[in-house]
Write a protein that binds this ligand. Structure first.
Ligand code: ZN
Length: 546
């Protein structure tokens, strides 16, 4: 069947349902007003959580879209019926079982657009500030409908409080979380963390982790390149990973190095998978040093070998050549006066022109400037300037002022990213935040679709969607999610493959992407016409089989 025929039929259906569409718009407006009212009143009500169910009980059809169902199977032109917040039916438009509206059912004409499961962001920092911005524009405007928080060794503690807050005042999107190793370490060791933990301390961390697991975290996350995780031994991490494994949890890691010691960090990750016997995911996989560029295939071969040996090792990747972190992350020995280490970082890892100050509490005027620019302004060489900035940040912290700092730094190349992303066991993530300095917070998913799929052809459409949905769900243990099939939650994104692209940049990181037409969570529209609707149907997703 030709596309023309599909369009004609879609137009006819849309026409015959025209009155219904208008009425359905009215109903929808009423529903989202109700949702807003409920959201406003909910904190005042108690024991009435049932009244806050998302306004999605009625059914509707999305008609004539190219349906890419998240499994990796070829797309087809078809329609989807949503009822009660769940996908009720999916059918090709040219088949005997083609769907047509019944009983004045509203119809969304989606001819020419792609309909996919909502994206599942397996490495997100969008939970930061989420309770103050429940509509989560950065998230829903990318087509993301589920975020997985608690990354890099840092999580809300105790997680039960965060989950309870999200259930009292739901967000637009679903939220799952890991328990952070660094968070547990801080609870047990306080400020005395610059050493290996004792057996008693590890046991105390295990006990806290068990509680977090019982309350529904997906497993354990580590940030072994950061304080306080950097001071842990591999045995400490394995002990905690085994605790996660015993409860059916998994392990996700910002590894000990992403640059000079990447290969050793991968070996440590494989050892953890081998000894703790649980699914292991490498976070924001990258080759962040010149000396590593071009070696993606070789590194993936090592992971394939580990997988062939029976280990479940997977990864996520975000589509940018630059990362965001702290200035101090490039000093694995934690000596921030070490000129040789600073010189190595600026020669091998991040050029002064490629290091942009994202945040600098002691002197916010520097935000947005590169290290090269600041160096020229101050008349000091880049190594000195870099060490000075760290010293200024630390000095501010010491006297109780804002010493917070972050950088956006260019260390990767497109080819490596595309190769890592193409690995069959890699899913897409954003690593982004609601108001971060890195454009990934608003742009990661549209960037993959626009740049890697449409412009560069490095991923097929179905492959990319699979990596954003079904595969991501499998990697997080979120059963029954990330697929556009009957019975799955109606978390959906409708986008235009011809125009979808990120618009956020390092200069303007909060610009919403183009081409994301409409996003539903549990059957409620959370984003359309470039704006959030105010609907707040998100759920807390706790680990299955607790
Ligand atoms: Zn990280």
């Amino acid at each position: 069947m030709s596309n023309e025929g599909v369009k004609d039929r879609a137009a006819a259906v849309a026409h015959s349902a025209g009155g219904e569409v208008a009425r359905s718009q009215e109903r929808k407006d009423r529903r989202s007003r109700t949702a807003l009212l409920l959201a406003a009143w909910l904190p005042l009500l108690s024991g009435c959580a049932d009244t806050a169910a998302p306004p999605a009980a009625e059914s509707f059809l999305v008609h004539g879209a190219t349906i890419v169902d998240g499994t990796g199977n070829p797309g087809f032109i078809g329609s989807v019926r949503v009822a009660g917040g769940v996908i009720a039916d999916v059918a090709a438009d040219d088949g005997d079982d083609a769907l047509s509206p019944t009983n004045g059912e509203p119809v969304h004409d989606a001819a020419g657009l792609v309909l996919a499961p909502g994206f599942i962001d397996t490495h997100s920092h969008h939970d930061g500030g989420l309770l103050d911005e429940l509509t989560a524009l950065a998230v829903v405007s990318q087509g993301i409908t589920t975020i997985v928080a608690g990354q890099d060794g840092g999580s809300r503690f105790p997680i039960a409080d965060f989950f309870a807050a999200l259930e009292a005042t739901p967000a637009a999107v679903n939220v799952a979380s890991y328990a952070g190793h660094g968070t547990l370490r801080r609870q047990v060791m306080g400020d005395d963390f610059r050493r290996e933990a004792t057996d008693e301390e590890v046991a105390a961390m295990e006990s806290l982790l068990k509680t977090e697991l019982a309350n529904g975290v997906l497993g354990l996350s580590t940030g072994l390149e950061y304080d306080p995780g950097i001071y842990s031994s591999t045995d400490e991490v394995i002990a905690l990973a085994m605790t996660a494994a015993a409860s059916g949890g998994r392990y996700i890691s910002h590894m000990r190095s992403e640059d000079r010691a990447l290969l050793a960090a991968i070996e440590e990750t494989i050892e953890i998978a081998e000894r703790a016997r649980l699914p292991v995911q490498i976070s924001h996989f990258k080759l962040a040093a010149r000396g590593l560029w071009g070696r993606a295939e070789e590194i993936l071969a090592r992971l394939d070998e580990a997988r062939a040996g029976g280990l479940d090792i997977t990864a996520d990747v975000y589509p940018y050549e630059y990362w965001q972190s702290t200035m101090t992350v490039l000093f694995p020995e934690r000596d921030f006066t070490d000129r040789a280490a600073a010189r190595y970082a600026l020669e091998e890892l991040v050029a002064p022109e490629g290091m942009i100050i994202g945040r600098f509490g002691p002197d916010p005027v520097l935000e947005g400037k590169t290290l090269a620019e600041i160096s020229a302004e101050r008349g000091t060489d880049p190594v000195t300037t870099y060490l000075d900035l760290i010293a200024e940040s630390e000095a501010a912290e010491e006297v109780g002022r804002d010493g917070g700092e972050s950088i956006v730094a260019r260390s990767m190349n497109f080819d490596d990213i595309a190769t890592l992303m193409s690995w069959p066991h890699t899913n897409v993530s954003s690593d982004g935040g609601l108001r971060g300095a890195h454009p990934r917070g608003f742009g990661a998913y549209p960037r993959v679709l626009g740049r890697y799929v449409r412009e560069e052809g490095r991923l097929g459409l179905e492959e990319a969607i699979h990596k954003m949905t079904g595969l991501a769900a499998v990697h997080m243990g979120l059963a029954g999610r990330g697929v556009l099939q009957p019975g799955a939650p109606a978390d959906l994104v409708l986008f235009d493959l011809a125009t979808v692209i990120d618009r956020s940049t390092t200069a303007e990181p909060h610009l919403v992407a183009a081409g994301i037409e409409r996003v539903w969570v549990a059957g409620a529209v959370v984003y359309e016409d470039g704006a959030v609707t105010g609907a707040l149907p998100g759920k807390v997703l706790r680990r299955e089989g607790r």
